[in-house]
Design a protein around this ligand. Sequence first.
Ligand code: RP5
Length: 178
Amino acid sequence: MAETAVKPLVGIVMGSDSDMPVMAKAAEILEELGISYEMTIISAHREPDVFFAYAKSAEEKGFKVIIAGAGMAAHLPGMCAAIFPMPVIGIPMHTTSLGGRDSLYSIVQMPSGIPVATVAINGGANAGLLAAKILATSDEALLQKLKDYSAKLKSQVEAKDARLKEVGYKAYMAEQKK
Ligand code: RP5
């Protein structure tokens, strides 16, 4: 399910279009699991009025989770959590100057009372999965899809191990380089 007219359950918001490659990983997971979402670019710093309108209307729009990604002095996820009353998942962006530690600390170190569930630096896919798991607590069909997703991951590792046993590590490495 791509971004559609269906009422979005998840808001994906990023501070800049430079964050898009990471945020797209979250969108890909939601699409794979059939979860409706809306994707938005808003800079909390450069257009605070637009940001406040977005965050204040998120509950009314039907969002159940917000995935917010930002880099550097990354206030966007924390400010979403300050306004939106349901779960906010923060994605710290990798940065060239400080390797993403600036983003990570800005997002993960929320003061008591305003939590942001923070995934790894550039952890777009895990943010999508975490949003799905939150929604699956009240959606049996989605829960089954997540179980199937985990089973797929397991079988991928098993297939890799079987190939390793079959050809040995040298040939396996050569195949990886192709
Ligand atoms: C943040 O500043 C954005 O989330 C982005 O990660 C970072 C750099 O933004 P650009 O200068 O690339 O627009 O607000």
